[in-house]
Each structure stands twice: as C-alpha cells, then as structure tokens.
Write a protein that binds this ligand. Structure first.
Ligand SMILES: Nc1ncnc2c1ncn2[C@@H]1O[C@H](COP(=O)(O)OP(=O)(O)OP(=O)(O)O)[C@@H](O)[C@H]1O
Length: 431
C-alpha cells in the first residue's frame, strides 16, 4: 500500500469502526499525531517503563537515553533532553520535524518526538548500539572482522556525504566519533546525534559550557580558530577510520611514547612504508591488505592539517569504492596544538563549500590561540579528560584547562563563542 493510500485507509478506518463522535475525534487526533510524528508523553513513559534505570542505554551530553517498546512491538531509543535549554516547545517541534525528514540508510531514523512536558526524541532502536562499546570496551571485538569494519567505514562515509550534500537541509554533524555510530542487526552503521543542537540551542549565558565536540575527534582549525566547515567532519571521520583499523582510541593512544596520538603514529609508520603495522592484530586473518592500506591512506588524507587539502566526503566515497588508482600523498596530520599552513593555491570548489562564518570568526575569536596555545591538547594521552572552554566574551580563548564533574562537560570541549553563539548548533552549509 502506498503512503497516501495508507493515510486514506487510516483516515476512514475510525469512521467505519468507531461509532461515537468523541472516539472518532480522538482517533483522528491520533492519526494526525502519527503523521506528524508526535508521541504523547504517556506513550513514552509506558514504553520505557517510567524511564526505569534498567532500561537506560547510556548517558550523553544532552541527557540520558532509554530503551523502550511501543505497544505495536517496535523497539525504540528515547533520548531525554535535559532541561537547561530555553528553547520553546514550538521551536523544538519545528526543528524536530525538520530532522525527522533526514532519511538515509546510514543515518539513524528519528521516529518522532514529544515536546511536552519534557523534550524527548524517539529513535529506532539499533541493536548493536554504539561502535565505541564494541571497539574499545568489549572483549568481543573480533566480531568486527575486516569486512565489517570496511563496510562501516564506507557506510559512515555515505551517511556523511548525504548530510553534507544531499539532505534537504545540509548539515555539518560536528561530533562524528565512535560513540555516535550505531550498528544495526546487519552491522550497517547509522550516524546518530546529527543535528542535535538544532533541537537544543544554547542560551547566550550557557555558551561557554556548551559541548561542541569531543577530544581526539575535533579538527584543529575548529578547536583553535572556531572555523567550522564540512572539513571538520571529514577530519573526525578520518580519526574514526584509523581507530577502526587499529582498534586504538585516538585520545587515549599510548603505544609509542614518541608519538602524540594515533594520527601521529599512523603517519610516522606510513612515511616509513610500514603503515600496515597499525592494523589491529585480530584483523590479520580477515584483512584485505590492499584495502587496509588504502583505508589508512584515506584516513590520513582526511586528517591532514590543512582543511583545504582534506577531500570532500564525495571524494572519499569515490576513493573507497574504486577498484584501483593511486591515491594522493597525505601531508602531516593536524591536531589541536599543531600549526597548519594553508595551501597557497586557489581553494578547490569542494574545499570552500560550507566554510560558514570562517573568516569573520577568525580574527575576533581566538587570535591568541592561533599563535599556538596548546595546553590541554598536545599529548592527548595525558589529557584525555581535560576540558577546554572559551569564555563567552571570546577573550580568554583556549588554554584554560580544567576537569569538570558534570557529565555534560566531562569531555574536553571547545566553544567557538564568536563564530557560533549557539555552541554546537550544526551549521547549514552555504550554497
Ligand atoms: N538509537 C539508539 N539505539 C541503540 N542505542 C542507542 C541509540 N541512541 C543512543 N544509544 C546508546 O545510548 C548511548 C548514549 O547516547 P548519546 O548519543 O546520548 O551519547 P554519546 O554519543 O555517548 O555522548 P554525547 O551525547 O556526549 O555525544 C550511546 O552510546 C548508545 O550506546
């Protein structure tokens, strides 16, 4: 049955089977709610057994996530947005409706939402949950053999390409990392948390506490200058690629004391022609070594210091899927604290797309930082729980490192206050 047919069927059904006027109206309301993806609070309370702690899947920066089951049997994940946002109910619903239209095989499906009395988002439940749990916290990581890891790399690349170029409202994710990649029953990766900040805009007064990304995944130009573009996502994607290949977490890397982090290590080995040494040993039997070395090179291309040199996601997908052909030589990876030199030549069309607000933000945001304030970042293995914030006025900028007990701020964060008063609010890409 087509969608419009099913809508018509639903519309006439109550008149057929429910004789009283009240019930007809109730039914119609229900249908309208269904079509608009609005869930009642009671439905979600019942589905999660009153948000029972046993049903808690995890705690993210925006609030806890609970597993639930709807009356029709569908399993759901309900994200409870914590209360501190001043966003009105109407705006929330508008934004949620917009995001509900974002649909792609590699992006988590937002089933709907509830705006009152609490703000809740309802997602399809993804069986294998997040990649970080399997990759970094599980004794069962061999389950992710090379084929699965390669498919995850390709799927995430396609999902990001969709968000950047093909969705109705093109989106920069800003927080691509292993815990925001969920794996379904067929191990298909789904990007989660896209557009979260659209639903959760920050008050000006909260701007210096807004989570803007996660240590180890944030591109240097974003951390140091507040320059946000699609290339920041490309960078984070590159980190995830190298993490998937090595089984090492970039922000907790400690295998080689001479290397600051995983990227540094991968690049060093690459330059010596030994890049395959980063491959996790459990993958040795399942790996296609040509594919692995191509993926390492792509990971390094994505994490290059100069955002203009990084490929677009479209180019990444092409590189991942073509059978042969030489790849570009990656230059040194960047990470917060390193300086990068902009390439002098004209920007390619791909690299300029989406550099929203970059130039205007640069001067006022963090001139002091740009000259190399590095505290809290270099040597990420020794700073994995450092939090970095910029003052709302934009004067203190980087360098202030502190540990904050609040889960929301547990991770190192940076807020580019001048360029982006809404903190993590995802940017629409300029056409
Ligand atoms: N749709 C889903 N299906 C299954 N599990 C989910 C789903 N959404 C979230 N989870 C689980 O809930 C946990 C918390 O998710 P959430 O996205 O809120 O936080 P996070 O990504 O860990 O951190 P942050 O919000 O700080 O980025 C995830 O790690 C994941 O395991």
């Amino acid at each position: 049955m087509t969608k419009s047919n099913s809508f018509f069927h639903n519309l006439v059904k109550p008149f057929k089977f429910n004789p009283t006027k009240e019930t007809q109206e109730e039914e119609l309301e229900k249908i309208a709610a269904q079509e608009q993806k609005i869930f009642s609070f009671q439905t979600l309370v019942a589905a999660t057994k009153k948000f029972h702690p046993d049903n808690k899947l995890g705690q993210g920066g925006y609030g806890p996530v609970f597993k639930g089951k709807l009356e029709d049997g569908r399993e759901i994940a309900v994200k409870k947005l914590s209360q501190s946002s001043s966003q009105g109910k109407k705006e929330f619903i508008n934004e949620a409706k917009l995001l509900a239209r974002v649909q792609h095989r590699n992006v988590v499906n937002l089933l709907g939402f509830c705006g009152n009395p609490e703000k809740l988002l309802v997602y399809e439940y993804i069986v294998h949950e997040s990649l970080d749990k399997l990759l970094f916290k599980s004794a069962n990581r061999e389950i992710l053999d090379w084929k699965r890891r390669y498919d995850i790399i390709l799927g995430v690349a396609r999902g990001l390409l969709y968000l950047h170029e093909d969705s109705h409202d093109r989106i920069i994710h800003r927080d691509i990392k292993a815990s925001n990649i969920l794996l379904d029953d067929k191990w298909i990766p789904k990007i989660a948390d896209f557009g979260m900040a659209r639903l959760y805009p920050e008050d000006q007064s909260h701007v210096n506490t807004r989570v803007a990304g996660t240590n180890g995944y944030m591109a240097p130009e974003y951390v140091m200058h507040g320059n946000l573009s699609v290339k920041a996502d490309v960078y984070s994607f590159g980190v995830v690629v190298l993490e998937l290949i090595s089984g090492q977490k970039n922000s907790a890397f400690n295998l080689d004391p001479e290397c600051q982090n995983l990227l540094d290590w991968a690049y060093k080995l690459y330059k010596k022609g030994k890049s395959l040494e980063i491959l996790e040993s459990s993958l040795a039997s399942s790996a296609d070594l040509d594919q692995v070395s191509a993926c390492i090179q792509i990971g390094l291309l994505c994490t290059q210091s100069d955002p203009q040199q990084r490929p677009t996601m479209r180019r990444v997908v092409v590189m991942l899927t073509r059978k042969s052909g030489a790849l570009d030589e990656p230059s040194r990876p960047g990470y917060p604290g390193t300086r990068y030199r902009r390439s002098r030549g004209p920007a390619t069309s791909s690299s300029t797309a989406g550099t929203s607000g970059a130039s205007s933000s640069q001067s006022s945001t963090i001139t002091t930082v740009a000259t190399g304030s590095t505290s809290g970042f270099v040597g990420s293995h020794s700073h994995s729980s450092t939090t970095t914030t910029a003052a709302a006025t934009g004067t203190a900028a980087l360098g202030g490192s502190r540990s904050v007990p609040d889960r929301k701020l547990e991770r190192p964060v940076f807020v580019c206050s001048t360029s982006d008063p809404h903190g993590k609010r995802p940017m629409k890409i300029q056409d």
